[in-house]
Design a protein. Sequence first.
Length: 519
Amino acid sequence: MDIAFRYRKYFRKDIIVDLLVYRRCHNELDLPSITSPLMYEKISARRSVPQLYEQKLRAESVLQEEDITSVRTSYKAHLETELAKVSSFIPEASMLQGQWKGMVWPASKEADFDPATGVDQANLEKVGNSSVAVPEGFEVHSKLLRHIKNRLKSIETGTGIDWASAEALAFGSLMLEGYDVRISGQDVGRGTFSQRHAMLVNQKTEGVIVPLNDDLQAPGKLELANSSLSEMAVLGFEYGTSWERPSILPIWEAQFGDFFNGAQIIIDTYIVSSETKWLKQSGIVMLLPHGLDGAGPEHSSSRVERMLQLSDAPFVPNPNNEPANVNIHVVFPTTPAQYFHLLRRQMKRNFRKPLIVAGPKGLLRLSAASSSIAEMAEGTRFQPVLDDPLANASQVKRVVLVSGKIYYDLVKERETRGLTDSVAFVRLEELSPFPFQELTETLERYTRADEIFYLQEEPKNQGSYTHVAARIQPVFEAIGFDGQLEYRGRKESALPAPGIGKLYAAQQKAVLAAAFESL
């Protein structure tokens, strides 16, 4: 092993050590001789490694028999002493040191779950302009000229901020505050849907620039790691980064939401359980593009239901509406401003939590889903629940709860049908922890509502429905609603999506129509 480490260090190359070993058994109850009698007859006849070592030391007169006995006794006593220390272990004194100094435990009274995340408008404009700054003589792809022009225009007018622009504003504003940002995944520099363009390539020389690094001149840096399709290895690396440095925003982006399936071991063993098992905080962000959008089964779903099942979010609100200290935060934001605040919230909190974002593919360029700079300026924050801005709460008789991009399809359909005064669409932007208080305050406005539905485009056994349905009753009790939460959407399915365009369109039409049935 010494040679292997020296080789790797000197030549900067991989080296494989082919190590042949045996073990006596899997555990104290295991009897491998049942299935491999001849092999384990030979193994049982061999002395153990400690016994062979003792024999060698005795033969070389290094130790006498009484010395060996003393070593065994003293070492066992040492192990017992160390084991006893566990009962008096104080995590604050040993975990929040070094680069973690100044952070707190999320279960402590000092934990700030809702820090200020808005940014001075002048800084936002500075970041926005820098994010697409091209040096003289640098030839960008002709199709990116429109991308640059549109961003500069939206920054100048303060309106029409799309998803990628809001992301750049979040990255750059954090960099100005001294935070580093790292994002890895397939083609993250360009973006899977050709929307990010955080890096630009000279079409003549293939030279690469990262405008936020080169033009913004911030103390923090943006690192773009275009990685291979080795999800378990890449996500594991980023998760390790989140342990090492709480001052970096570590992001892993799946090319499509379902790509996390290759990294499920990292999610189950580390991301959702490390704080509970090992008292290890992490600010890892997983961006999982999600939405049926007429695509096939393998590129439609980030399996929101699986992430929510892994969440330990309580089923009832905490006393006095105190923040729930859940293991992971799961969100499905519907506006660029919401996404902006989520990214900044990750770093502005005085503790760290994993954040899983169901990223809406269909909203990346949807004009209806754009935001204004005012929604990201000082004094603004992420909103776990978004009320319907167009509905007349005093007239509405049906409230439909939704999560994700289908909201925009429903609003468009409502306008076509002329039913603005009949039905309202309330968005659950954060699913874990469940926003009991915010949803209660929103639904209290709908004093005439006698129907409350939950509608989703995912099949009934998938998506967020089962998570929401199990937690909605305390909200009903709080607002005095004596009805039942009704479900609207696709029926149960083994597939996330059918993969047949005509079938998807027919299903989606039926889902939208279900929101307006009997109105």
